[in-house]
Design a binder for this molecule. Structure first.
Ligand SMILES: [Zn+2]
Length: 91
């Protein structure tokens, strides 16, 4: 097994229960903290996206288009982080 946090190889756990994913508790904690940071960042990006959409409705023409484009960018980045979070939580 390779620890996804630090890359250290460790023996596969034997016996009952869920197989270990991390070489040590510290790595599990670091990994979970990293995942929470990604969740928070995705939330922030979605909020930015909403604000941009709000501004897009306030303005017209090019200015509105620029806000709209920014909203899409934020939403895409949030979706990318969501996928990362799902991947990190998986297995
Ligand atoms: Zn580790």
């Amino acid at each position: 097994m390779i620890c996804p946090e630090c890359g250290t190889e460790f023996p596969k756990s034997t016996g009952r229960g869920m197989p270990r994913r991390f070489c040590r508790d510290e790595c599990r904690t670091l990994w979970q903290n990293g995942t929470s940071m990604l969740v928070n960042e995705a939330t922030r990006l979605r909020r930015n996206s909403k604000d941009c959409l709000f501004n897009a409705r306030l303005y017209s023409g090019d200015t509105s288009d620029r806000w709209q484009a920014a909203a899409v960018k934020y939403a895409e980045e949030a979706a990318r982080l969501d996928a990362l979070v799902t991947e990190r939580r998986g297995r």
